[in-house]
Design a protein around this ligand. Structure first.
Ligand code: 13P
Length: 365
């Protein structure tokens, strides 16, 4: 019968809400460094390094040991399983390095995608089976939040009703399990940039997907004040000939969110999805400047759009570490300002990588 439910205890609700609000504090956002070993392997190969545990650790150490000023703009970091257990050269756990900087550690919980049988060549995410156990383990290690990404592709017949309802169900199961174990779930339905569809189509698909996701979260009695959303921005497909300016993207994005995301959600932290660093910053800035009502904090949870210039500057060499850390701080600051709608074009990074598209078809993290 409808109307029977059980929410987390009041104490747990307060804890989840406090964490969620801290992650989207004004002028702050999330640094997403949860690339899988395969995903970071491609980046290491591009700078001529082997994909070893040690090289992955060296790169992530560079990010986490950047000057403390990083935490003026970065509230939280999303980690990949391996990184949770790694340490700096002098033996300090990465998680403690982050905590000492007042940065909240979180964990990627989805375990890659597999075909969604009888769909339109679409995918579903794995990882629900032992999720409560994994959540408890990461909480014990010091993580306070999690993320789970479900990609959906726009095509002539996609996303299908099946793929959208599967995404909503999986995200709701993930979110409720996370909350029961004391982790704030970041819910990430990612309508991909791949395709030649226009911005109007992306807007409608995004609205349908988000509305379906929030119905499922409601059905599963997820405590919305203790969640965050990580959606795509509403842009034209990557190969759509008709491009949109930042103001058009901002209006389409905020209208889509307003129509489908409850005001109880404290914050929305966008993924960058293949946009260049500069595009991702300018679009976020425009989103925060658009004069349409916005009941949530609107910020960033970027992977590629915070790291492309860092990789370029580091180039795998120890002597470039400090320079690369300064580039990270510069990108973080630009996005922190954009989260307040206060970014000025002159702030643009001087790195060539900053204006280069980060799009790759069928991108795998
Ligand atoms: P991008 O910003 O590279 O799209 O990464 C988003 C993401 O989900 C990583 O956690």
């Amino acid at each position: 019968m409808a109307g029977y439910f059980s929410y987390p205890s009041m104490e747990l609700q307060m804890e989840l809400k406090k964490t969620a609000e801290a992650i989207v504090a004004p002028g702050k956002g999330i640094l997403a460094v949860d690339e899988t070993n395969e995903g970071i392997g491609r980046l290491l190969a591009a700078v001529g390094l082997e994909n070893t545990v040690e090289n992955r650790r060296r790169y992530r150490q560079l990010l986490f040991t950047a000057d403390d000023v990083l935490s003026e703009h970065i509230s939280a970091v999303i980690l990949f399983d391996e990184t949770v257990y790694q340490k700096t050269d002098d033996g300090m756990r990465f998680i403690d390095v982050l905590k000492n900087k007042n940065i909240i550690p979180g964990i990627k919980l989805d375990l890659d995608v597999v075909p969604l049988i009888f769909s339109e060549n679409e995918v579903t995410t794995q990882g629900l089976d032992d999720l409560a156990k994994r959540c408890a383990e990461y909480k014990k290690e010091g993580c306070l939040f999690a993320k789970w990404r479900c990609p959906l592709k726009i095509g002539d017949t996609t996303p299908s009703v099946l793929a959208i309802s599967d995404t909503a169900h999986v995200l709701a199961r993930y979110a409720s399990i996370c909350q029961s174990e004391g982790l704030v779930p970041i819910v990430e339905p990612d309508v991909l940039l791949d395709g030649d569809h226009d911005i109007v189509r992306t807007q409608k698909v995004t609205e349908i997907v988000l509305a379906t996701v929030y119905k499922a979260l409601n059905d599963h009695h997820v405590y919305l004040e203790g969640t965050l959303l990580k959606p795509n921005m509403v842009t034209p497909g990557n190969s759509c000939p008709k491009r949109s300016c930042a103001e058009e993207i901002a209006a389409a994005t905020v209208i889509a969110l307003l129509r489908s995301v409850p005001a109880a959600v404290p914050g929305i932290a966008f993924l960058s999805g293949g946009q260049s660093e500069v595009e991702a910053t300018e679009n976020l800035n425009a989103i925060n400047r658009v004069s349409i009502k916005k009941p949530w904090a609107l910020t960033f949870s970027y992977g590629r759009a915070l790291q492309a210039s860092v990789w370029n500057t580091w180039a795998g060499k120890d002597e470039n570490v400090e320079k690369a850390q300064n580039v990270l701080i510069k990108r973080a600051k630009a996005n922190g300002l954009a989260a307040l709608g206060k970014y000025e074009i002159e702030e643009i990074s001087d790195s060539r990588a900053a204006t280069k598209s980060n799009f790759s078809a069928n991108h795998k993290y």
